[in-house]
Write a protein that binds this ligand. Structure first.
Ligand code: USQ
Length: 382
């Protein structure tokens, strides 16, 4: 298939691009380096700095991978994006081209506005570029479990049947996000649902939980193929941060009471879920939604696991409970359904001690590059 990956320089975009290439698909990789630019601007960076997108695709090809075509440009620029679709005529597009950080979106008015403009304009442009250039193309878009918040009922996979005054209908599951970034993901879904109903587009919306991990089967071929790995407050996800903190001897930064429970997923499974979604397309006129997580943990449970494995590797690990900078429930009911991707064939890599050990090993190799001042930046929701 011809698979277009938007946001192909990012934490998930890069391993996705090389996975499709490894499987023999034709891949075009698009990015405008927004993530790298924001990192530079805010003085945070990946634990190791990956080569630029052109260079890393060359390294991929030399390592025996296929040729990946690269286009550098902004998905918010419709002329650019439409030309990419016209040239490549993708059968599937994987849309990661969004500002992905909840804390960044809460930084200040400029950051919130960038998140709003970037995320919604990119999604709208993808819908139009598909309609005008290749209407049968399957849009696979990354959403987030955070759109649902923490309701006091089970979280369904995107849709819920409601019986009201004796009549029944199916609606998008109620959403109530806990950051402005997550709110733009709700708006994305609503926009795509409108275009699906109106134009008959095919869309899969993957509501993903926080991702952890470093390596995938393809990045393991050469360490220069490793993906971006942030551990700072802006772009690092919680488990990745905890492993780096444990190695750096910085107390683990549990926010508040630590009872916040989320669905988590290994980066290897993220890539597999994208593969499965592309291989099994949504139908024309269907907005298909999967909850892309494999198990749930509280922040305290994550901290305890990291502390146990870290101590066994000789690190002195302490756990701190900081005043919570976010507005979120610290004790709540949480029971999401996540069976759809398993039914398509996902065989999860769960968070075992071996998985944590392998993350520790890579972080320890890069220990002298950790900058502890990047771990907390004082971003507050209120
Ligand atoms: N947390 C801590 N300490 C930290 C960092 C986070 O206790 O040092 C807590 C947070 O308060 C939250 C939980 O850990 O309760 C998860 O936080 P996170 O920073 O790992 O994840 P989040 O900000 O929600 O966002 C991340 C990704 C985003 C993705 C989302 C999935 O950055 O792209 O959409 O995970 S989800 O959270 O399910 O919406």
């Amino acid at each position: 298939m011809r698979v277009l990956v938007l946001g192909a320089d990012g934490y998930l975009g890069w391993p996705t691009a090389i996975r499709f290439s490894a499987a023999g698909h034709e891949v075009m990789a698009v990015d405008n380096y927004l993530r790298r630019d924001l990192c530079r601007k805010h003085d945070v960076e990946s634990l190791f700095t990956p080569p630029n997108l052109h260079e890393r695709t060359r390294i991929w090809e030399e390592s025996g991978g296929g040729r990946i075509r690269v286009r550098i440009g902004d998905c918010c620029d419709y002329a650019f994006l439409s030309a990419v679709f016209a040239e490549f005529r993708p059968e599937a597009v994987v849309h990661y081209a969004e500002q992905p950080s909840a804390p960044f979106s809460m930084l200040d008015h400029a950051a919130a506005s960038l998140t709003l403009r970037n995320n919604l304009q990119a999604t709208q442009n993808v819908a139009w570029a598909v309609r005008e250039n290749c209407p049968g193309c399957h849009i696979v878009k990354l959403g987030t479990m955070g759109v649902y918040g923490t309701p006091n009922i089970d979280i369904e996979e995107g849709w819920i049947e409601i019986v009201h005054k004796g009549r029944r209908d199916r609606f998008l599951f109620p959403r109530q996000a806990s950051s402005f970034y997550h709110t733009t993901k709700i708006q994305d879904t609503d926009m795509l649902w409108f275009y699906v109903r109106t134009w008959g587009l095919r869309v899969t919306d993957l509501q993903q939980g926080p991702v952890y991990g470093i390596e995938t089967d393809e990045t393991e071929r050469d360490e220069r193929l490793r993906t971006i790995f942030n551990y700072d407050e802006i772009f690092g996800t919680v488990l990745n941060r905890f492993v780096v903190q444990a190695v750096a001897g910085v107390p683990l930064t549990v926010y508040g009471k630590g009872g916040q429970t989320r669905g988590y997923i290994n980066i290897r499974d993220t890539i597999r879920c994208i593969e499965l979604s592309v291989a099994n397309s949504a139908a024309a006129g269907e907005l298909r939604i999967f909850n892309q997580v494999t198990e749930t943990f509280s922040v305290n449970e994550l901290a305890e696991k990291v502390a146990r494995v870290g101590r066994a590797r000789g690190h002195t690990v302490r756990i701190d409970h900081l005043e919570n900078p976010r507005v979120e429930k610290e004790k709540h009911y949480y029971n999401p359904v996540y069976s759809g991707l398993k039914e398509l064939g996902l065989d999860p890599h769960l968070l075992t001690d071996e998985v944590l050990d392998s993350m520790f090993a890579v972080v320890e190799e890069n220990q002298d590059r950790i900058r502890p001042e990047r771990i907390l930046r004082g971003i507050k929701w209120r």
